[in-house]
Design a protein around this ligand. Structure first.
Ligand code: ADP
Ligand code: MG
Length: 701
């Protein structure tokens, strides 16, 4: 194995001087031979195939054909002229077109002699044409050295400006293979190679750069994708096994008085089957000796809160404290109030800690946490502050996980000697296999059933020009005693502008819905949190009928009497946000509505989003569309998008390979947790190397 050679700085490669090395480093992050070896083409021009004219499709990429020119003419145009050649094979005819240099070309072209042509085709007036084709006489083509599939490397404008073209890059890679001999150490075990019929690593690396044909390329890609995903999964699974083995959990052995009393006397409704199942899963975790690290997925309104509460009651029954964290103050408040309400006169101490809790009140909370008399702490990020110390934190619950970073999760661990059990709740439906790879170290529970009696929210799309009709509809709903939300986008980069939109909207709504018949609340990010809470509280109590807001209400707010959600500039929201917003209505027994307002000009993606929203309410289906539109990075929120730093695999498209990789990673670790078996040596080496370089995403502390 020539590992050392591969660590050679790229500037030593023949043909790469300090200048080019500098450009490769700054533009592509390539500093060593090894980096270049793993710099993969992102597509290939396939010259292994010869198309017939009848096989051409309107969206064909570059194609190669064999045929003859039967006629050439010059066509005069307003600006100069073009040369048009009629090109035929035994299935049809097409045109070859030149806009420049055609005097010279016309002299070269031979009529009625077979040519091989290559290029991109256009479809125009019922005929295919190929502008500026690459051409070669068939006879010469058959004798010459055939380039089979030409790799096209990702590049940047700066690189091409510096003369580092695709050909130069390709030559560098060729040079690399010749200097290193093209033999590279195996990273997978023989078992795996045999089982999955994988090509060797050397062969895969060669064929990813210089494939002879599609089949060889496919094998190389499969092998390299599998390898990449295998090591990601190996790392995640190893972490999980390690945690289960080494990290002792706090044993919540019994189900006691608090849980049982609540279940018997206070539970305001019957649990759905899904809620019962999930509570059982959580109980099993808490009762085992290992620390729980569980992701609870459930669509908006599926009833995650009660699951959280019952888990916290288990903690109390076993003498431990819990905390429940929410991403916004509004939501923390709401959790606090609704928990207090359902707990009724049960003897449970519960407090709220957010940024706006007064210092004097904080002191009391801190003390009660430290002497153990406080059972449940509900709050925002404020809970994570170092000053906040628990006597014995047993369970930490994070609601709406996508707003919390990983670093925050790890802070919770440090609140105790023995880490608390952790339950992460999210309403972002993530396709299961994707969740597995993103949160491979978490266990997953899913609430896949809504409480009974929910009516689907009628969702429609309306153009801004129909606003008056929409307002009339609102008046009817308000007359029936219902409440409505009107939501405006607020996107960081254009905050000032968005703020103006919101205020303009508020004004026009105030004009249309005047006092004393109508009362309006407004909540936005630039308000003091007391004012926000005050406005929110008025709406919750039904004192106001209209809530004009930015997306602060996106997460979790629960007002069952609200039946209409109007989303302004709906084209500017992402699908998961739209879905979340819609989830704010349809929470009571009444028919609810979601109205998506847009202008007439919509991008194709925006149309797809709106069409998806009006078509379905299934969170998982919406998530799939979202995934296709945006890719997994965005799905998880920008702060996490860099985490899936994959070179070749695509977590969405290569989902099947991912499953295979996961299966084998699990199998290897189950048989050989410490990778000590002789046959697993290549895996152990690679794994150690990856950890050393933190090459794979280093996800969870
Ligand atoms: P989410 O999963 O979005 O956090 P919530 O926990 O806020 O959902 O629950 C949404 C609403 O459904 C609440 O008003 C809650 O009281 C109610 N709910 C939850 N579970 C049930 C159930 N099993 N039967 C009836 N209503 C329920
Ligand atoms: Mg919730």
């Amino acid at each position: 194995m020539k590992t050392d050679l591969l660590q050679t700085p790229i500037t030593y490669l023949k043909g790469v001087g300090p200048n080019r090395a500098q450009a490769l480093q700054s533009e592509l992050g390539i500093t060593t031979y090894n980096d270049l070896l793993h710099f993969f083409p992102n597509r290939y021009i396939d010259k292994t195939r010869y198309y017939k004219i009848s096989e051409l499709e309107r969206n064909s990429a570059e194609v190669q054909l064999i045929g003859k020119i039967v006629h050439i003419k010059t066509v005069e145009q307003k600006r100069g002229s073009r040369l048009v050649a009629r090109f035929v094979d035994d299935t049809g005819e097409m045109e070859l077109v030149w806009f420049r240099g055609h005097k010279w070309i016309r002299e070269q072209l031979q009529l009625n002699v077979p040519y091989v042509i290559f290029g991109r085709t256009n479809w125009f007036n019922g005929l295919f044409s190929m502008p500026h084709p690459e051409m070669e006489l068939l006879a010469a083509h058959e004798q010459g050295m055939r380039i089979h599939m030409q790799p096209i490397y990702p590049s940047t404008e700066k690189l091409s400006n510096k003369g580092i073209t695709n050909r130069v890059l390709s030559n560098m890679v060729q040079q690399l293979f010749s200097e290193t001999g093209g033999v590279y150490g195996e990273t997978l075990s023989k078992d795996l190679l045999d089982d999955l019929k994988l090509v060797s690593r050397s062969e895969a690396l060669f064929n990813i750069h210089f494939p002879k044909d599609q089949k060889k390329l496919a094998k190389a890609q499969f092998r390299l994708k599998l390898e990449e995903l295998f090591f990601v999964q190996l790392q995640l699974i190893a972490k999980k096994l390690l945690r289960k083995k080494k990290i002792k959990g706090l044993p919540f052995e019994h189900v006691g008085e608090h849980f049982n009393t609540f279940y018997r006397d206070f539970l305001p409704f019957e649990l759905t089957g899904a809620q019962q199942r999930v509570i059982k899963e959580i109980r099993a975790d808490l009762g085992s000796n290992a620390q729980m690290n569980r992701l609870l997925q459930g669509d908006v309104g599926s009833g995650k809160t009660i699951v959280a509460l019952m888990s916290m009651l288990l903690a109390i029954d076993n003498g431990y404290q819990s905390c429940l964290m929410a991403p916004t103050e509004i939501l923390a408040n709401q959790h606090f109030n609704s928990l207090k309400e359902v707990l009724g006169d049960m003897k449970i101490n519960i407090a709220l800690l957010t940024g706006s809790v007064r210092k004097s009140d904080r002191k009391g909370i801190h003390e009660a946490l430290e002497d153990g008399s406080l059972h449940i702490l509900v709050g925002t990020h404020a809970v994570l502050e170092q000053k906040v110390r628990f006597k014995n934190l047993g369970l930490a619950i994070i609601d709406e996980q996508h707003r919390f970073g990983v670093a925050q999760r790890s802070k919770l661990w440090k609140k105790n000697d023995i880490p608390p059990h952790i339950l992460v709740m999210t309403a972002t439906p993530i396709p299961r296999t994707l969740a597995m790879s993103l949160y491979g170290d978490l266990d997953i529970s899913v609430i896949d059933e809504l409480p009974p009696g929910r009516k689907p929210v009628k969702t429609v799309h309306r153009y801004d020009t129909n606003r008056l009709k929409v307002f009339r509809f609102l008046k009817d709903e308000i007359k029936k005693g219902r409440q409505v939300y009107v939501v405006y986008p607020l996107i960081q980069e254009s905050q000032a502008l968005d703020y103006k939109d919101l205020m303009d909207g508020y004004e026009s709504i105030s004009r249309e819905f005047p006092l004393p018949d109508y009362r309006i609340s407004i909540v936005h990010g630039q308000m003091k949190s007391e004012d926000k809470d005050y406005e929110m509280a008025r709406f919750v109590k039904g004192e106001t009928q209209i809530m004009v807001a930015t997306t602060v209400i996106e997460v979790g707010v629960n007002v069952p009497n609200a039946t209409v959600m109007i989303i302004e500039s709906a084209e500017r929201f992402g699908l998961s946000q739209l879905h979340q917003l819609r989830g704010r209505v349809g929470r009571g027994g009444e028919q609810s509505y979601c109205i998506l307002m847009t202008g007439h000009k919509l991008s194709a993606d925006a149309r797809t989003r709106i069409e998806t929203m009006t078509r379905t309410q299934d969170g998982f289906e919406i998530a799939e569309v979202d995934l296709k539109l945006r890719g997994p990075g965005d799905l998880m929120g920008t702060q996490q998008s860099g985490l899936l730093n994959l070179k070749i695999a695509d977590i969405v498209r290569d989902n099947e390979i991912l499953k295979t990789a996961r299966y084998y990673a699990l199998r290897v670790l189950q048989e050989d947790p410490d990778l000590v078996l002789e046959k697993n040596i290549p895996i152990r080496h690679t794994y150690a190397e990856l950890l050393r370089h933190k090459n794979i995403w280093n996800y969870i502390s």
